[in-house]
Design a binder for this molecule. Structure first.
Ligand SMILES: O=P(O)(O)O[C@@H]1C[C@H](O)[C@@H](CO)O1
Ligand SMILES: Nc1nc2[nH]cnc2c(=O)[nH]1
Length: 281
């Protein structure tokens, strides 16, 4: 989800580049956050020229514009993952569309497996940093010719996750009475779609990784490249299976179920962070 503000990127014309006029408003909602927006307009991904289409069960495919408690926002209902077969730059393309419509704040959320032993299912992990494993192998969304209109060839991402917003989110969590559910840690994105082996998880633990997922890092890199302020968190939907004798195996159903159980609290959390941003920017 992203907050819309004035000041579109210079030299880019969204209507011209994406022929956005041809998008048809559409209304059908999956997440309660998008449902709760006022003055909604929805655009299914397949109505946007050159936009990828979401193929993941449980991931609806549309852009939703509207007001969240009076603040103009743009939501993605369904994101794109490398395992769906798209090039990584295409997975991150919606972030550039956000930049082009004048968005300066990105709030990225994901479902992740909890590797840190202290984490419980249902915890919210504020992301303080990431390990971009895909990038280790050269799979970076900025690979290829650099578009200077968005940002520099070699962007720094060492402070990708805004420290002030992280502190504010921690405070907000406490005010909401969910302080015991809030963690702060390091996220990693793997290519998926297979979940991790026990040996892979053991290696990641040594690297200081707290939660494991299949998204977000490529979106954050692209947002950071174009100067957006980023806040991101993971919902810990399952505990990583770190020994060979556990009966339960990681599964997508558990991920979906934990997401559903926490929808309302996440919606309230995001809404309060959005209010905080508008009052402090
Ligand atoms: O899009 P996110 O990262 O929230 O979704 C995670 C990663 C996979 O798509 C799926 C695995 O269950 O959940
Ligand atoms: N890679 C990965 N992605 C997830 N998304 C939700 N849970 C998990 C998990 O355990 N591993």
């Amino acid at each position: 989800m992203a907050l819309i503000s004035k000041g579109r990127i210079k030299g880019l014309d969204l209507k011209k580049e994406f022929r956005i006029r041809s998008m048809k408003p559409y209304s059908s909602f999956a997440s309660p956050l998008a449902e709760s927006l006022a003055d909604k307009e929805c655009f299914p991904y397949d109505s946007v020229p050159n936009f990828p289409v979401s193929t993941v069960p449980g991931h609806r495919g549309q852009l939703v514009f509207g007001l969240l408690d009076g603040v103009p926002v743009m939501c993605m209902q369904g994101r794109f993952h490398y395992y769906e077969g798209y090039p990584i730059c295409k997975c991150a393309m919606p972030i550039r569309v956000m930049k082009m419509v004048g968005i300066n704040y990105l709030i990225a959320t994901n479902a992740a497996g909890g590797l840190n032993e202290k984490y419980k299912v249902g915890d919210i992990m504020i992301i303080k940093d990431h390990v971009n494993f895909l990038g280790f192998a050269g799979v970076n969304p900025l690979r290829g010719p650099n578009d200077e209109r968005f940002g520099p060839r070699f962007p720094a991402v060492s402070r990708a996750y805004d420290a002030k917003l992280r502190a504010a989110a921690m405070r907000i969590g406490k005010e909401m009475g969910i302080g015991h559910q809030i963690q702060e840690g390091v996220y990693t994105c793997l290519g998926g779609p297979s979940f991790e082996t026990v040996a892979e998880l053991a290696a990641m633990k040594i690297l200081g990784i707290d939660a494991v997922g299949m998204s977000t890092t490529y979106e954050v890199i692209v947002a950071c490249h174009s100067g957006m302020t980023v806040f991101a968190f993971s919902l810990i939907t399952n505990k990583c299976v770190t020994t060979y004798d556990e009966e339960v195996m990681p599964n997508h159903e558990e991920v979906i179920q934990t997401g559903k159980e926490n929808e309302e609290v996440l919606k309230a959390f995001v809404s309060r962070i959005v209010q905080h941003i508008t009052q402090n920017s």
